[in-house]
Design a binder for this molecule. Structure first.
Ligand code: WT7
Length: 666
């Protein structure tokens, strides 16, 4: 946890002319009722979706913590996102405005606009192809390693249509990361592209996939979408180009959406945790879609005439929920942008807002901090006054970042919140709800839990923490959208989330509740590092380092970074026969990048001869981190290790001494 900025609990900012303005008291009163009768409350929202068959039971809680929402109900996520709309006047409404990264003469070179009918046709054709050429159906997993191009949501929706699960791997991940995920998910087919545009360069996705597939067992076929005209090698019998595969598939091909059970899996998405390999979070259909429906209305206040833009990558959960399933289910018009928001210049993102008249904007603290650094002149070049509502996600938002965007895009009048949630929760849990009731804002807060969500901050013993004191964030009641399990590892699911505190989901975050009841999530309480809002487990980075022949032991910790929030630093003990050097440092950094992917760039490698350990031989991460930051560890926080204050102090002194020595002789 690295948050170290001054926040004010007393500040109250009210957006102007908001019909849903409410007092905190009113909201809390309403919230209490929603939580008390949470089953009926969620059932009412679920009733607003189109079901093929209504559920038998709102919540099957016979085997906690494995809950089944709307058990016995049948529906299809692709049907909700497409078929429903093409039957109405929305059929010719633009669903996705896609903008490619390359520019020409000051304009985006490629813009694709897909109406709901276009999307419906494409998803049906792709589903037809997957079913007839590869036999994809219920029980299969479709792996997807694609950049931000329309084919990404199309393949996700096509898999969902067939009742198959999909597993998307972020296109910034390495071959090893793909292989690990494909093996665990037992994917039988992998969809990729010849390349991806990123910051003006072409990333060679196909050769990364080729390397990954040397280490996978289950993947028998690869579909390659042409994006960059990159020359790639195709393996006979395994690889096919998307173009070829789609030739001859009729324009009006129709695939009946599979009737899937509410409690059956929609997808598996891997996240980093404290220890061990990434965890495959499995999300259901009925509960998940219900939560997205509710949050699209309450949090984003989505209306038919709006243009909505979520800046995330679909490779992360934010994109799954709030680019693909949420907005499309609501029949929204949304922007999907392929590349870097600051390419070729700092103003790209603002030019996109202006070009399409974006009304609802979902962004991140890392992005905002980058723009602040670039200077406000870039945003002033554009008319962003169409924006009427904004939210941020991924990590705590520092008050400066909040104020900057609120001023330069929000005109100090629009609702602007920081939505707290995580891959596990499926959708937003703690947030302002301008579409329902808008309570005053405070720079840096997450606000109050959304209706139906019983969140709390507890102390080490699980009792509610006093106001203004730091504790652990938990969620008490089951909620629609919660994971079904960790893929193939139900015990681990129980252990990681439901063993620390009885009868509560443990989020792994530190948080404070202020005297008004607002939540302020401060950061991870475990060994997860948030780099630019992306979750990296220290274990993954340490295992990557171990791949290098010189490394005997290592500890990776996150240190604060002005732009990215946090950035990893490695402490490394070398094996006999290896000497610290700048070259070795560079090599180790490279090893990590190659093993995990470009998302994992070490800021620094510090060579030491010893790492501080507790009596049970656990690395004292708090001490390592304190040394990395250059600040002694506090006396009061003994939450995360078993060492005494004295031991911590002496370990700190020793490790900082080594660091000093190391700095003197480069
Ligand atoms: C972790 C989950 C949710 C989609 C993106 C991240 C941190 C997320 C906030 C926020 C403070 C936040 C937490 C959480 N986090 N949003 N608004 N304020 N912290 O999903 O990769 O699963 O990461 O992100 O630490 O536990 P994720």
């Amino acid at each position: 946890m690295t948050v170290d900025w001054s926040i004010s609990f007393d500040e109250k900012i009210m957006p102007k002319d908001l019909p849903n303005a409410a007092t905190v008291e009113d909201y809390i009163k309403f919230h209490k009722t929603s939580v008390k009768g949470y089953r009926e409350f969620w059932a009412k929202l679920a009733g607003e979706l189109d079901w093929f068959r209504k559920w038998d039971k709102v919540l099957d809680d016979s085997n906690p913590p494995f809950y089944k929402w709307f058990a016995g109900g049948e529906l299809n996520a692709s049907y909700l996102c497409l078929d429903r709309h093409v039957k109405t006047e929305r059929k010719n409404k633009v669903a996705i405005i896609w903008e490619g990264e390359p520019m020409e003469n000051g304009k985006p070179k490629e813009v694709r606009k897909l109406t709901y009918s276009d999307l419906y046709r494409e998803v049906n054709r792709v589903a037809y192809m997957l079913k007839n050429k590869y036999g994809v159906g219920k029980g299969d997993v479709v792996g997807i390693y694609l950049p931000m191009i329309p084919e990404l949501p199309i393949f996700m929706l096509a898999a969902a249509r067939l009742g198959a699960m999909f597993c998307v791997v972020f296109s910034g991940f390495s071959a090893d990361a793909i292989a690990e995920r494909m093996n665990d998910a037992e994917a039988k087919i992998l969809i990729t592209a010849d390349g991806a545009w990123r910051g003006g360069k072409v990333l060679d996705l196909k050769s990364i996939v080729d390397q990954a597939l040397e280490k996978t067992k289950t993947v028998k076929s690869v579909v390659v979408v042409n994006r960059t005209n990159n020359k790639v090698s195709m393996k006979g019998g395994r690889d096919g180009t998307f173009e070829e595969l789609m030739k001859g598939i009729p324009a009006n091909a129709h695939v009946e959406p599979e009737r899937v059970k509410s409690e059956s899996p929609l997808y598996v998405l891997y996240t980093s945790g404290t220890t061990g390999k990434p965890k495959g979070q499995v999300h259901d259909v009925g509960g998940y879609m219900t939560l997205l429906h509710a949050t699209m209305k309450w949090v984003f206040d989505i209306k038919d005439q709006d243009v909505y833009w979520c800046m995330a990558d679909i490779g992360w959960v934010t994109g799954h929920s709030y680019i693909v399933f949420g907005p499309l289910m609501e029949g929204a018009t949304e922007v999907m942008y392929e590349g870097l928001p600051v390419f070729p210049e700092q103003n790209r993102w603002a030019s996109i807002i202006e070009r399409y008249g974006v009304n609802i904007f979902y962004t991140s603290p890392t992005a905002i901090r980058g723009w602040i650094k670039g200077g406000e002149q870039w945003v002033k070049m554009h008319d962003t006054s169409t924006v009427r509502l904004m939210h941020s996600v991924g990590e705590p938002i520092n008050p400066e970042a909040f104020r900057w965007l609120f001023k330069h895009v929000g005109r100090e009048t629009v609702p602007f919140g920081s939505t707290w949630w995580m891959t596990e929760t499926g959708g937003i849990m703690i947030s302002h709800t301008p579409g329902l009731m808008m309570v005053p804002m405070k720079a840096g807060t997450n606000g109050l839990p959304i209706p139906g969500i019983d969140a709390e901050v507890v102390d080490e013993s699980g009792k509610p923490q006093k106001a203004s004191e730091r504790g652990f964030l938990v969620i008490r009641n089951p909620w629609p959208g919660m994971p079904l399990t960790i893929f193939k590892d139900p015990d681990r699911y129980k252990e990681v989330y439901f063993s620390k505190f009885p009868n509560a989901f443990y989020a792994g975050d530190y948080a404070v509740r202020d005297p008004d009841g607002y939540f302020w999530v401060l950061g991870r309480a475990d060994e997860v590092i948030k780099v630019a809002g992306h979750r990296l487990g220290t274990y993954e980075l340490e295992s990557a380092l171990m791949q290098h022949k010189s490394v005997a032991e290592s500890a990776v910790v996150g240190v604060p970074d002005d732009i990215k929030g946090e950035i990893p630093v490695a402490f490394v003990i070398l094996r006999q026969g290896f000497k610290p050097s700048e070259e070795l440092k560079a090599e180790l950094k490279d090893t990590v990048r190659k093993a995990v992917g470009p998302v994992a760039s070490l800021k620094d490698v510090i060579f030491v001869s010893k790492l501080p350990k507790t009596r049970s031989a656990k690395i004292m991460r708090r001490v390592v981190k304190a040394v990395a930051i250059g600040k002694p560890p506090g006396d009061t926080t003994t939450l995360d290790d078993e060492a005494s204050v004295e031991e911590v102090k002496s370990a700190y002194a020793q490790l900082s001494g080594e660091l000093e020595k190391g700095r003197k002789k480069p």
